[in-house]
Design a protein around this ligand. Sequence first.
Ligand SMILES: [Ca+2]
Ligand SMILES: [Ca+2]
Ligand SMILES: [Ca+2]
Ligand SMILES: [Ca+2]
Length: 298
Amino acid sequence: MVRDDRHDQDEERAEAMIDRCGGDRVHLVLAMMVGVVAMIPGGELLAQTPVRAYDAPLAQEPPHIDGRLDDQAWQAAPWSAPFVDIEGLARPRPSWMTRMKITWDAAHLYIAAELEEPNLWATLTDRDAVIFHDNDFEWFIDPDGDTNRYFELEVNALGTVWDLFLDRPYRHGGKADNGWDIEGLVAAVFLDGTLNDPSDVDGGWSIEMAIPWAAFSDGGRTAIPPEPGDRWRINFSRVQWDLDVVDGQYAKRRAADGTALPEHNWVWSPQGEINMHIPERWGVVVFDERRETRDERR
Ligand SMILES: [Ca+2]
Ligand SMILES: [Ca+2]
Ligand SMILES: [Ca+2]
Ligand SMILES: [Ca+2]
């Protein structure tokens, strides 16, 4: 019963979040998509979990990509709902807050994220390394929403990037193409604390990136850049490992048999299972022609 009570509270919280996302148009999209999700086999955990939606304002001026989110363009863009467990609202709430913002102009898609983190930690420095072996932030973008031919990027607190293209989801035989590199990508990370130093308590990290629209030209029939009002299927994920301090250094927490504990997966639009590669369950981002969408969410 305790679980049911918490579930009801989560449902109310989710509905409040959706209300803040505002707009009859978005509500209609949500109603249609929740219906679709309910028909997907194995989506039991999603039954009470809404697909997220976000209205991305048109940037008045491009943000300066330095990892700090104090630009005017970000002030005009609302924060997303806080990330939740990948399996849905019935699972325990994440230990640390994660949220994102999106804005855009004729040249770029801009993505920002803020991650609370008391233990800033990153080790990987090679482009296209398997970044989720560190703590990371990830986005997944399917411009035309056909659930095939989509894009993924992962970044760690060192700013190391893994960008890849999938012709279809892994469960349908898809293969990752790491050779997809975003030409002209500008990405920066700001650390509120000290990296790989467990002697203090860090505040977190923030991420800012500018992605030229041409990066998505292989994603299907979608207009590049989008037309105002266009909707793209996008999701965001944060991979988080439990850490211990061993000899003054961070190390992944291990079970009694020596194996590393599984990672946490905290996401914007919950997937219903531990698998980000189900594009039909990603959120909906609307490219709005207004310069500010914050008011609509209140
Ligand atoms: Ca900035
Ligand atoms: Ca596609
Ligand atoms: Ca790549
Ligand atoms: Ca530190």
